[in-house]
Design a protein. Structure first.
Length: 215
């Protein structure tokens, strides 16, 4: 996790090692030999698999790339706080955008940011329609859980707009944080009273543990 710094990378690597999960950083998959169930790396080495869950290369949809909104790198450049594109009254959020941080690395593509950015843009559009002053800005704050198995999870929340580097504390791990993850899922997937109860519970927990993130 280069953007969050080496200490975070070490912590996650240790969590993997504790579960006997092999980690092969810096190796690029060239192709997949489905018949032999093997990954083929660019250095010619092969690695067998039973079940493969692979994330294909990230790129914006063709409709965006042909729209003139994207930069040469293929992503939409936006103002880091307002999410405005270079076109008037056009905003962009989430994975299709790119925001370069103070350390020169891009803001990670994560749902936590897409969610916060959506609320900022919705607030901006609503304020513009009402002719009100726009106050909401995206502040680069985000959080995430790391499923650890055995009923435990790691949790961290960070400030990615901090300078010169993002401030992302090492994950706190345990069963309590897994409970937070379950509540978060029920908040996202739930409706009505359940959703509101999860929101209240999580925000109370965040306050109790001194976490600035709110849902
Ligand atoms: C395996 C995996 C694990 C992840 N885990 C986490 C995590 O733990 N925490 C976290 O914060 N983030 C996580 N993410 C990242 C998170 O899922 C994304 O950052 C987030 O979904 C981005 O939201 P988005 O709305 O920008 O894009 P998307 O969720 O990709 O939504 C874009 C939508 O546009 C639709 N679309 C595309 N082209 C067109 C078109 N031409 N016309 C109409 N619709 C179109 C797509 O079908 C899609 O529904 C994970 C991602 C992956 C792949």
């Amino acid at each position: 996790m280069p953007v969050a710094g080496p200490a975070m990378g070490d912590a996650v690597t240790q969590m993997l090692a504790a579960k006997d999960i092999l980690f092969h950083p810096g190796r690029q998959v060239q192709s997949i030999d489905a018949a032999r169930r093997e990954l083929v790396f660019t250095d010619g080495n092969r690695e067998p698999f039973d079940f493969l869950a692979a994330v294909p290369p990230h790129r914006a949809p063709a409709v965006l790339r042909s729209s003139g909104l994207t930069s040469e790198a293929g992503w939409i450049l936006v103002d880091k706080r307002t999410l405005k594109t270079r076109y008037e009254n056009v905003y962009a959020i989430g994975d299709a955008t790119t925001i370069i941080l103070a350390n020169g690395k891009p803001l990670p593509k994560a749902g936590t940011f897409a969610h916060a950015q959506a609320e900022v843009v919705a607030g901006q559009i609503a304020a513009a329609v009402r002719g009100e002053l726009v106050e909401a800005e995206f502040d680069g704050a985000g959080y995430c859980w790391l499923e650890a198995g055995g009923g435990a999870a790691g949790f961290t929340s960070g400030q990615f707009y901090a300078e010169p580097n993002p401030i992302v504390p090492l994950p706190r791990a345990g069963r309590l944080w897994h409970l937070g993850k379950v509540m978060f899922e029920r908040y996202w997937l739930g409706e009505g009273v359940t959703r509101q109860a999860m929101r209240l519970g999580m925000n109370a927990g965040a306050k109790a543990f001194g976490i600035s993130a709110r849902v």
